[in-house]
Design a protein around this ligand. Sequence first.
Ligand SMILES: [Zn+2]
Ligand SMILES: [Zn+2]
Ligand SMILES: [Zn+2]
Ligand SMILES: [Zn+2]
Length: 199
Amino acid sequence: MSIWKHVFDVKSIKKDEKWHKIVIHSLETEIFNTETEMKNLKTELELYNLELKLIINSIWLSKSENRSRNRHASTILAFRIEAEAQRHLKKQLLAARSTYRTVEYRDYRPNDQCQKCQTFEHLQNKCNRLSRCLYCERNHQTWNHKCQLSTCEDKQSCNHTISRCCNCQNAHFANSAMCETYQAAQPISSQKDHLVTKL
Ligand SMILES: [Zn+2]
Ligand SMILES: [Zn+2]
Ligand SMILES: [Zn+2]
Ligand SMILES: [Zn+2]
């Protein structure tokens, strides 16, 4: 879905500040688009929803070019207090005589691969799994991978490395385009491309 594409464009919320974010999908871009209209959205949300208070205007997930093309877009509501975000999560919010369902905001893409455990849908800063090597699947961090041959000068993967993928146990690196687990994690469109080039 297009919502993942611009996730990393959300710069208006500073990285060093802790925000708790939830997402509203399918907001009509005809009614809400400009900055003034987003102020109106904030006013509407605060007026019609119990105990909802926003410090800042909600932030678009999509770029303005996409919003001018699409009738609907997704927007982020950011809260300073986690309990506040939780209170309005998975709820129907009222604004502009419509109701909008809220969902969790995820700051990763489905095809993000963790550099610590090599699995998908999260990044290493959120990883609570055991380390797996990208090259040989053993329980060490990839940057600690060493050649078994004492005479080998190479620090990382070399010709002596017997590659084994921790996701599918086949003989390739865990980020290989040949890997079925890797392929399955890619967006549908690029999977199609892959199938086309294979035929
Ligand atoms: Zn991980
Ligand atoms: Zn290794
Ligand atoms: Zn070697
Ligand atoms: Zn694999």
